[in-house]
Design a protein around this ligand. Structure first.
Ligand code: SAM
Length: 274
Protein backbone atom coordinates (compact mmCIF):
# COMPACT_ATOMS: atom_id res chain seq x y z
CA UNK A 1 0.00 0.00 0.00
CA UNK A 2 1.33 3.43 -0.92
CA UNK A 3 1.18 6.26 1.62
CA UNK A 4 -0.38 9.59 0.67
CA UNK A 5 2.57 11.80 -0.36
CA UNK A 6 3.26 14.61 2.13
CA UNK A 7 3.77 18.04 0.63
CA UNK A 8 5.69 19.41 3.62
CA UNK A 9 8.34 16.69 3.16
CA UNK A 10 8.64 17.48 -0.56
CA UNK A 11 7.36 14.01 -1.48
CA UNK A 12 7.06 13.38 -5.22
CA UNK A 13 7.54 9.67 -5.78
CA UNK A 14 9.13 8.49 -9.01
CA UNK A 15 7.08 5.91 -10.87
CA UNK A 16 8.23 6.03 -14.49
CA UNK A 17 10.26 2.89 -15.05
CA UNK A 18 12.34 4.29 -17.93
CA UNK A 19 13.47 7.27 -15.83
CA UNK A 20 14.33 5.04 -12.86
CA UNK A 21 16.37 2.75 -15.12
CA UNK A 22 18.28 5.66 -16.65
CA UNK A 23 19.14 7.09 -13.22
CA UNK A 24 20.33 3.73 -11.92
CA UNK A 25 22.37 3.19 -15.11
CA UNK A 26 23.96 6.64 -14.69
CA UNK A 27 24.95 5.78 -11.12
CA UNK A 28 25.95 2.25 -12.07
CA UNK A 29 26.67 1.06 -8.52
CA UNK A 30 29.03 -1.87 -8.01
CA UNK A 31 29.12 -4.43 -5.22
CA UNK A 32 31.14 -3.22 -2.26
CA UNK A 33 30.60 0.50 -2.90
CA UNK A 34 29.01 2.51 -0.09
CA UNK A 35 25.94 4.04 -1.71
CA UNK A 36 23.91 6.47 0.41
CA UNK A 37 20.46 7.53 -0.73
CA UNK A 38 18.95 10.75 0.56
CA UNK A 39 15.16 10.50 0.88
CA UNK A 40 14.38 6.93 -0.25
CA UNK A 41 10.62 7.49 0.05
CA UNK A 42 8.83 4.35 -1.13
CA UNK A 43 12.01 2.88 -2.58
CA UNK A 44 11.72 3.59 -6.32
CA UNK A 45 15.50 4.07 -6.55
CA UNK A 46 16.42 2.26 -3.34
CA UNK A 47 15.53 -1.24 -4.50
CA UNK A 48 17.41 -1.27 -7.83
CA UNK A 49 20.41 0.47 -6.20
CA UNK A 50 20.37 -2.02 -3.33
CA UNK A 51 20.20 -5.00 -5.71
CA UNK A 52 23.21 -3.67 -7.64
CA UNK A 53 25.37 -2.63 -4.67
CA UNK A 54 24.31 -5.33 -2.21
CA UNK A 55 24.43 -2.79 0.62
CA UNK A 56 22.92 0.69 0.93
CA UNK A 57 22.39 3.36 3.59
CA UNK A 58 19.21 5.38 3.20
CA UNK A 59 18.50 8.60 5.12
CA UNK A 60 14.77 9.30 5.50
CA UNK A 61 13.04 11.96 7.62
CA UNK A 62 9.45 10.67 7.41
CA UNK A 63 8.97 8.02 10.14
CA UNK A 64 5.89 6.56 8.41
CA UNK A 65 7.90 5.49 5.37
CA UNK A 66 10.54 3.55 7.24
CA UNK A 67 8.82 0.27 8.12
CA UNK A 68 7.18 -0.15 4.69
CA UNK A 69 10.56 0.47 3.08
CA UNK A 70 12.23 -2.11 5.31
CA UNK A 71 9.56 -4.68 4.32
CA UNK A 72 9.84 -3.85 0.62
CA UNK A 73 13.62 -4.21 0.69
CA UNK A 74 13.62 -7.62 2.40
CA UNK A 75 15.72 -10.01 0.34
CA UNK A 76 17.09 -7.30 -1.98
CA UNK A 77 20.27 -6.69 0.02
CA UNK A 78 21.53 -5.20 3.24
CA UNK A 79 19.62 -1.95 3.83
CA UNK A 80 20.57 0.41 6.66
CA UNK A 81 17.82 2.97 7.20
CA UNK A 82 18.86 6.11 9.06
CA UNK A 83 15.81 7.93 10.39
CA UNK A 84 17.08 11.52 10.35
CA UNK A 85 17.13 14.88 8.70
CA UNK A 86 20.04 14.57 6.25
CA UNK A 87 21.21 18.06 7.24
CA UNK A 88 22.00 16.65 10.69
CA UNK A 89 23.87 13.59 9.42
CA UNK A 90 27.65 13.76 9.62
CA UNK A 91 28.43 12.26 6.22
CA UNK A 92 32.16 12.19 6.93
CA UNK A 93 31.61 9.92 9.95
CA UNK A 94 29.19 7.79 7.93
CA UNK A 95 31.90 7.32 5.30
CA UNK A 96 34.27 5.97 7.98
CA UNK A 97 37.41 6.66 5.98
CA UNK A 98 36.02 5.40 2.66
CA UNK A 99 34.23 7.44 -0.03
CA UNK A 100 30.47 7.63 -0.31
CA UNK A 101 28.43 7.58 -3.47
CA UNK A 102 25.43 9.81 -2.76
CA UNK A 103 22.19 9.59 -4.69
CA UNK A 104 18.69 10.92 -4.33
CA UNK A 105 15.57 12.41 -5.77
CA UNK A 106 15.90 15.34 -3.40
CA UNK A 107 13.06 17.09 -1.58
CA UNK A 108 13.00 20.37 -3.51
CA UNK A 109 12.03 22.56 -0.52
CA UNK A 110 15.44 21.94 1.04
CA UNK A 111 17.63 21.08 -1.95
CA UNK A 112 20.08 24.02 -1.73
CA UNK A 113 20.85 23.44 2.00
CA UNK A 114 21.37 19.73 1.19
CA UNK A 115 23.80 20.63 -1.61
CA UNK A 116 25.80 22.95 0.66
CA UNK A 117 25.76 20.31 3.42
CA UNK A 118 27.22 17.79 0.96
CA UNK A 119 29.90 20.28 -0.07
CA UNK A 120 31.02 20.56 3.57
CA UNK A 121 31.60 16.78 3.42
CA UNK A 122 33.02 16.74 -0.12
CA UNK A 123 36.23 15.11 1.11
CA UNK A 124 34.25 11.99 2.04
CA UNK A 125 32.26 11.81 -1.22
CA UNK A 126 33.22 10.05 -4.47
CA UNK A 127 30.26 11.38 -6.44
CA UNK A 128 26.63 12.51 -6.20
CA UNK A 129 23.65 11.92 -8.49
CA UNK A 130 20.70 14.13 -7.62
CA UNK A 131 17.28 14.84 -9.07
CA UNK A 132 16.53 18.52 -8.64
CA UNK A 133 14.37 21.21 -10.15
CA UNK A 134 15.68 21.74 -13.67
CA UNK A 135 16.01 25.44 -12.92
CA UNK A 136 18.41 24.62 -10.04
CA UNK A 137 20.49 22.31 -12.26
CA UNK A 138 20.65 25.09 -14.87
CA UNK A 139 21.96 27.46 -12.18
CA UNK A 140 24.50 24.91 -10.95
CA UNK A 141 25.93 24.34 -14.42
CA UNK A 142 25.72 27.95 -15.72
CA UNK A 143 28.81 29.77 -16.93
CA UNK A 144 29.41 33.51 -16.47
CA UNK A 145 27.59 36.12 -18.51
CA UNK A 146 23.93 35.61 -17.74
CA UNK A 147 21.19 35.91 -15.14
CA UNK A 148 21.23 32.20 -14.30
CA UNK A 149 24.87 32.35 -13.20
CA UNK A 150 25.07 33.04 -9.48
CA UNK A 151 26.36 32.03 -6.07
CA UNK A 152 25.27 28.41 -6.49
CA UNK A 153 27.12 28.14 -9.85
CA UNK A 154 30.37 29.55 -8.44
CA UNK A 155 30.43 27.65 -5.16
CA UNK A 156 29.54 24.31 -6.76
CA UNK A 157 31.91 24.66 -9.69
CA UNK A 158 34.80 25.48 -7.32
CA UNK A 159 34.12 22.25 -5.44
CA UNK A 160 32.84 19.82 -8.08
CA UNK A 161 32.63 18.91 -11.72
CA UNK A 162 28.98 19.56 -12.59
CA UNK A 163 27.38 17.37 -15.29
CA UNK A 164 23.68 17.72 -16.12
CA UNK A 165 22.51 14.26 -17.26
CA UNK A 166 18.81 14.13 -18.09
CA UNK A 167 15.60 16.12 -17.99
CA UNK A 168 12.57 14.59 -16.34
CA UNK A 169 8.98 15.68 -17.00
CA UNK A 170 6.50 16.19 -14.13
CA UNK A 171 4.49 13.11 -15.21
CA UNK A 172 7.27 10.80 -14.00
CA UNK A 173 6.31 11.58 -10.38
CA UNK A 174 3.32 11.00 -8.10
CA UNK A 175 2.05 13.64 -7.54
CA UNK A 176 3.59 15.58 -10.45
CA UNK A 177 5.58 18.62 -9.28
CA UNK A 178 4.74 22.00 -10.80
CA UNK A 179 8.19 22.30 -12.36
CA UNK A 180 10.44 20.32 -14.70
CA UNK A 181 13.19 18.27 -13.07
CA UNK A 182 16.68 17.20 -14.06
CA UNK A 183 19.33 14.77 -12.87
CA UNK A 184 22.84 16.06 -12.29
CA UNK A 185 26.12 14.32 -11.52
CA UNK A 186 28.54 16.11 -9.17
CA UNK A 187 32.10 14.85 -8.81
CA UNK A 188 34.13 16.56 -6.05
CA UNK A 189 37.42 17.94 -7.35
CA UNK A 190 40.73 16.56 -6.20
CA UNK A 191 41.47 18.06 -2.73
CA UNK A 192 44.67 19.57 -4.16
CA UNK A 193 42.49 21.63 -6.52
CA UNK A 194 40.13 22.81 -3.78
CA UNK A 195 40.79 26.01 -1.79
CA UNK A 196 42.08 25.57 1.78
CA UNK A 197 39.57 26.44 4.58
CA UNK A 198 40.77 30.05 5.12
CA UNK A 199 40.61 30.82 1.41
CA UNK A 200 37.25 29.00 1.14
CA UNK A 201 35.84 31.26 3.85
CA UNK A 202 37.15 34.36 2.01
CA UNK A 203 35.65 33.11 -1.28
CA UNK A 204 32.30 32.55 0.44
CA UNK A 205 32.24 36.12 1.78
CA UNK A 206 33.33 37.70 -1.52
CA UNK A 207 30.84 35.66 -3.59
CA UNK A 208 27.94 36.45 -1.26
CA UNK A 209 28.80 40.16 -1.30
CA UNK A 210 29.22 40.26 -5.10
CA UNK A 211 25.95 38.46 -5.90
CA UNK A 212 24.10 40.07 -2.99
CA UNK A 213 24.21 43.24 -5.06
CA UNK A 214 24.60 41.69 -8.49
CA UNK A 215 23.45 44.75 -10.44
CA UNK A 216 26.19 46.92 -8.91
CA UNK A 217 29.76 47.09 -10.17
CA UNK A 218 32.25 44.99 -8.21
CA UNK A 219 33.87 48.21 -6.94
CA UNK A 220 30.58 49.02 -5.19
CA UNK A 221 29.41 45.54 -4.26
CA UNK A 222 32.77 44.60 -2.70
CA UNK A 223 33.28 47.86 -0.81
CA UNK A 224 34.99 47.14 2.51
CA UNK A 225 36.51 43.92 1.17
CA UNK A 226 38.46 45.04 -1.88
CA UNK A 227 39.04 48.53 -3.30
CA UNK A 228 39.37 49.16 -7.04
CA UNK A 229 43.16 48.65 -6.97
CA UNK A 230 42.82 45.30 -5.21
CA UNK A 231 40.16 44.21 -7.73
CA UNK A 232 42.49 45.19 -10.57
CA UNK A 233 45.38 43.36 -8.87
CA UNK A 234 43.18 40.24 -9.02
CA UNK A 235 43.01 40.72 -12.78
CA UNK A 236 39.37 41.85 -12.79
CA UNK A 237 37.88 45.10 -14.07
CA UNK A 238 36.32 46.94 -11.07
CA UNK A 239 33.49 48.10 -13.37
CA UNK A 240 32.50 44.49 -14.07
CA UNK A 241 29.54 42.87 -12.30
CA UNK A 242 29.47 39.61 -10.38
CA UNK A 243 27.89 37.75 -13.27
CA UNK A 244 30.91 38.56 -15.50
CA UNK A 245 33.45 36.89 -13.19
CA UNK A 246 34.31 33.20 -13.70
CA UNK A 247 34.75 30.98 -10.60
CA UNK A 248 38.56 31.25 -10.87
CA UNK A 249 38.19 35.06 -10.80
CA UNK A 250 36.44 34.83 -7.43
CA UNK A 251 39.37 32.80 -6.09
CA UNK A 252 41.75 35.58 -7.15
CA UNK A 253 39.48 38.24 -5.66
CA UNK A 254 39.34 36.32 -2.37
CA UNK A 255 43.15 36.14 -2.29
CA UNK A 256 43.26 39.96 -2.54
CA UNK A 257 40.40 40.59 -0.10
CA UNK A 258 41.08 42.39 3.14
CA UNK A 259 40.74 39.41 5.46
CA UNK A 260 40.61 41.59 8.58
CA UNK A 261 37.17 42.67 7.33
CA UNK A 262 36.05 39.05 7.10
CA UNK A 263 36.00 38.89 10.91
CA UNK A 264 33.64 41.86 11.19
CA UNK A 265 31.51 41.13 8.19
CA UNK A 266 28.85 38.58 9.16
CA UNK A 267 26.24 41.12 7.98
CA UNK A 268 27.57 40.44 4.50
CA UNK A 269 26.96 36.76 5.02
CA UNK A 270 23.42 37.20 6.27
CA UNK A 271 22.39 39.47 3.46
CA UNK A 272 23.08 36.58 1.06
CA UNK A 273 21.16 36.97 -2.21
CA UNK A 274 21.92 34.62 -5.05
N1 SAM B 1 13.40 8.63 -3.61
C1 SAM B 1 11.95 8.60 -3.65
C2 SAM B 1 11.47 8.57 -5.08
O1 SAM B 1 12.26 8.92 -5.95
O2 SAM B 1 10.33 8.19 -5.32
C3 SAM B 1 11.35 9.79 -2.89
C4 SAM B 1 11.77 11.16 -3.36
S1 SAM B 1 10.88 12.49 -2.63
C5 SAM B 1 11.10 13.76 -3.87
C6 SAM B 1 11.94 13.11 -1.34
C7 SAM B 1 12.13 12.20 -0.13
O3 SAM B 1 12.98 12.87 0.82
C8 SAM B 1 10.86 11.87 0.61
O4 SAM B 1 10.86 10.50 0.93
C9 SAM B 1 10.93 12.72 1.89
O5 SAM B 1 10.21 12.19 2.99
C10 SAM B 1 12.42 12.75 2.14
N2 SAM B 1 12.89 13.92 2.90
C11 SAM B 1 12.35 15.15 2.97
N3 SAM B 1 13.10 15.97 3.72
C12 SAM B 1 14.17 15.23 4.14
C13 SAM B 1 15.30 15.51 4.97
N4 SAM B 1 15.50 16.73 5.48
N5 SAM B 1 16.17 14.51 5.23
C14 SAM B 1 15.98 13.26 4.69
N6 SAM B 1 14.93 12.94 3.91
C15 SAM B 1 14.03 13.90 3.63
Amino acid sequence: MSARPKKHYGQHFLHERGVIERIVAAISPRPGEHVVEIGPGEGALTLPLLRAAGHLSAIELDAELIEPLRLRAAGAGQLEIIHADVLKVDLTSLAGGHKLRLAGNLPYYVSSPILFHCLVHAGAIADMHFMLQKEVVDRMAAGPGGKVYGRLSVMLQLACRVEPLLRVAPGAFRPPPKVESAVVRLVPLDPARRPDPALARAIDVVVRAAFGQRRKTLANALRGLLDADAIRAAGIDPRARAEDVPPSGFVRLARHADTSNLQVGPHLVDNAGQ
